[in-house]
Design a protein around this ligand. Structure first.
Ligand SMILES: [Zn+2]
Length: 189
């Protein structure tokens, strides 16, 4: 599976509030302690220094233990402009399968995987991220020239979300295919 548990990763926003990275909680805590970032409450959008955040105490089972318990931050905002390294995720079979968690997007099977064109090539569908999904050979054959809507209705599955990882390459590199709810408002994928 190309998924990681939500456990101890935190979303990093740049000074403009744009999502630019994910980091371990210990890494982002160091950033916050070094005054290079502040913690953002993803519900209230209030910003906290480390002292203010620790003073809030621990409210859930995500608390981490140092000298005191406090909630593991879910989102931090950089207070300076950080250098980010642009990366491009190539659109190829290996990366499409990784994005889709090494499962068929239609039936969920994990064997005999290939890549399906959501809009078939003969209908003008292109070899681009938004038109490719992981599919088992059997679904691929069954779908043939059918539209994705028609095939998904027949299979009783949801229409797959063929997102482009280049919208958040750092997320893809971290192996993070399922975005936690509190991050979704910051990431447009
Ligand atoms: Zn399948």
């Amino acid at each position: 599976m190309g998924k990681k548990k939500n456990g101890r990763l935190c979303l990093v926003l740049n000074k403009n509030g744009l999502a630019i990275d994910v980091g371990s909680v210990s890494h982002v805590i160091r950033k916050v302690q070094g005054k290079r970032a502040v913690i953002l409450d993803p519900v209230t959008f209030e910003r906290y220094t480390i002292e203010q955040w620790v003073a809030r105490g621990a409210s859930s089972d995500t608390c981490i233990h140092a000298e005191r318990s406090f909630d593991a931050p879910e989102v931090v905002v950089c207070t300076f402009y950080d250098d980010t390294h642009p990366v491009v995720i190539n659109c190829n079979k290996a990366n499409v399968l990784k994005r889709d968690g090494y499962r068929c997007s239609y039936c969920g099977k994990k064997t005999n995987l290939t890549v399906d064109h959501v809009v078939p090539q003969c209908e003008g569908g292109r070899l681009v991220w938004n038109n490719l999904v992981a599919s088992c050979q059997s679904c691929n054959n069954m779908k043939d020239r059918m539209s994705v809507e028609e095939f998904c209705a027949q299979m009783g599955c949801e229409i797959p979300h063929a997102w482009n990882p280049n919208a958040a390459p750092w997320l893809f590199k971290a192996g993070y295919m399922e975005v936690p709810k509190s991050w979704k408002q910051f990431i447009n994928i």
